[in-house]
Design a binder for this molecule. Structure first.
Ligand code: ATP
Ligand code: MG
Length: 579
């Protein structure tokens, strides 16, 4: 058990949630603030994120600070971003696209993503970002499922991955190419933006109008297209404030790729709605560069993922020495369970613990979080945010039954929060199956302790049953990475005649360690000591890297399928995969 990290009283007092609760925070209140936000009624995410601030006299505040790979920088203030997104909306409308059209993007961390997303929403159309690193096949499938009408991408991506099949998508009307030139049949975005009007009458969408479609990470199988509506902005606004401590002017860096839901909900909407300044680093993870960016840009709030944190830990504490991180006032993590060791490591290196929070593509925004005002129990994902009713339950005959503290069950949420998905595209039955009465069943297993903290156990599919014990892979993985040699671990259950299942672990090692029988013994010994012999892995296999999705999640189902010689299933989102 790790010690609780206590928050000083001064920090608790300045937490936004504290002041929000004191002021009688409720959904109704936040909704009132935002709903009917457009001057003559209607609700549009883009208006809330940008134009509202310009209308209120904050047009000169910095909205985006973009840091290019090769050292170039570009600042866009709220007025610039408002005008650029209006031009983008004008380009779409000028090409005959109307309300309800679906606009896909395949872009890296570049300024175009931001005004494309906001411009699409302004035009009353649906924005769907995809990972620019996807291969042609996953892109095509998703554009077919989503009945894409437009695509914005780069020439290189278009030529390599899109050109051969784009004509086969009957719904497609427009391909926009970033830059001044475009291949035949496409439109160059640069000149189109210049010619387009910087004035655009934001479409008066209604709260329940479709705004975003996000495909899930595909960790457990075939990705689903989750549909979100404009009203989701109520969650983005409130969670940005209360779970990420965003205020007007906060320098905020979200490292998520624009191709998945975090990149939109917390990489675009939540910070802009809260009038923060968004730092965007075009480069992928690069330890030295990341430390330098945190320091030079005086980042105050940083939202990243366990996979990146584990890479930092792997490089060792010394790499962080000599940097001044004093501007940082809040660190958060999402995407996968955050090992307790990583929380404590953050506290030592940055002087602040990482605040783990839990949510899904389907929930559209953060649901359970460690907030600034809370004491942190390393390894816990925190507590439900105000307005969110979460519970650990068992589902029987379509009804939910609450579990006792300490008992493992399904993590469920009472339906009805604004950013809840409204459908899985073309998969009505799959959507319906996620509900039991009023409750949305997340597919994750969790446990709640006596004091109300939620603890992630594993995905329902990944739970291991061994000799009568229920074993969550996360607990085993966290114990393994406490060993000095282990950088990352993925744990699965393998069929066994006597025990039902036995635990197998795959581990990658820290620099300076080589696989050996002796090391395996030492790691197994450590696991037995911390977890007990019934839960510790029976076998350990060393790997250079673990298979992960593009959003950075360990794909345990793939490790298992390969081990058992079963079909690999949908691996369209697989990123790293060396053995
Ligand atoms: P798919 O649904 O296609 O299998 P996915 O579930 O990985 O993919 P996402 O919606 O991107 O797709 O990820 C949400 C999931 O990520 C959660 O259901 C949970 O399993 C995991 N997750 C996210 N944040 C946390 C967290 N803080 N702690 C533990 N798990 C987390
Ligand atoms: Mg999922």
């Amino acid at each position: 058990m790790w010690d609780t990290i206590k928050k000083p009283e001064a920090l608790r007092a300045q937490a936004q949630l504290t002041s929000g609760v004191r002021a009688g925070l409720s959904w109704a209140k936040i909704e009132d603030e935002l709903l009917d936000g457009l001057p003559d009624g209607g609700l549009n995410i883009a208006y809330e994120a940008v134009d509202r601030h310009v209308a209120n006299g904050f047009g000169a505040d910095t909205a985006l600070r973009w840091l290019g790979k090769s050292g170039d920088r570009r600042d866009l203030n709220y007025a610039d971003l408002g005008a650029a997104s209006s031009r983008f909306a004008s380009v779409l409308a000028g090409h005959g696209l109307g309300r309800g059209a679906r606009v896909f993007s395949l872009l890296g961390r570049q300024p175009e993503v931001f005004y494309a997303a906001l411009g699409t929403l302004k035009a009353g159309m649906t924005f769907t970002p995809l990972f620019s690193a996807f291969g042609p096949e996953p892109i095509q499938t998703r554009m077919e499922i989503g009945e894409a009408n437009a695509l914005v991408t780069t020439e290189a991506i278009y030529r390599r991955k899109i050109e051969p099949w784009i004509k086969d998508i009957p719904s497609m009307r427009l391909v926009l190419i970033v830059g001044d030139d475009a291949p035949e049949g496409c439109v160059a975005l640069g000149p189109a933006m210049e010619q387009a009007s910087p004035e655009f009458d934001t479409v008066h969408t209604q709260p329940e109008d479709e705004a975003l479609i996000h495909f899930t990470s595909g960790t457990t199988g075939r990705p689903k297209g989750a549909v979100h509506v404009h009203k989701a902005v109520v969650n983005h606004a409130s969670t940005g404030r209360y779970a990420l401590e965003l205020k007007p002017g906060t320098v905020y860096w979200c490292t998520a790729d624009p191709g998945w839901v975090t990149g939109t909900s917390y990489g675009i909407i939540a910070p802009l709605v809260n009038r923060a300044t968004l730092v965007i680093d075009e480069a992928e993870f690069d330890l030295e560069r990341w430390y330098a960016t945190l320091e030079r840009e005086k980042v105050e709030v940083w939202y990243t993922a366990p996979t990146a944190i584990r890479m930092m830990m792997r490089a060792g504490r010394d790499a962080a020495k000599g940097h001044d991180f004093s501007a940082l006032r809040f660190l958060a993590s999402v995407g996968e369970p955050l090992n307790p060791e990583a929380v404590v490591w953050g506290n030592e290196v940055f002087g602040l613990p990482f605040h783990d929070n839990w949510w899904q593509t389907e929930t559209g925004g953060i649901m359970i979080a460690n907030t600034m005002e809370m004491d942190i129990r390393p390894g816990s994902m925190g507590m439900p945010l105000p307005g969110i009713e979460a519970a650990v339950v068992t589902v029987e005959g379509g009804n939910v039954k609450p579990c006792k503290p300490g008992q493992i069950g399904d993590l469920a949420l009472k339906a009805g929060w604004p950013s809840m998905m409204r459908a899985y595209l073309h998969e009505e039955a799959r959507y319906k199956k996620t509900f039991a009465g009023d409750w949305y069943i997340s597919g994750d297993l969790a446990m709640q302790d006596q004091d109300g903290y939620f603890w992630f156990v594993g995905r329902a599919d990944d739970l291991i049953k061994s000799s009568g014990h229920l074993i969550g892979p996360f607990e085993v993985e966290s114990a393994l990475i406490e060993h000095e040699a282990v950088a990352e671990a993925g744990v699965i259950g393998l069929p066994d005649e006597t025990a039902g299942e036995v635990v197998k672990a795959y581990v990658s090692l820290n620099p300076g360690f080589e696989p050996s029988e002796e090391l395996e013994k030492s790691i197994r010994g450590h696991a037995r000591k911390t977890l007990g012999p019934a839960v510790a892995p029976r076998t350990i296999e060393f790997r250079k890297t673990l298979p992960k999705t593009r959003s950075g999640k360990i794909m345990r189902r793939l490790l298992k399928a390969r081990e058992l010689g079963l079909p690999e299933g949908d691996i369209s989102t697989l990123e790293t995969d060396e053995s």
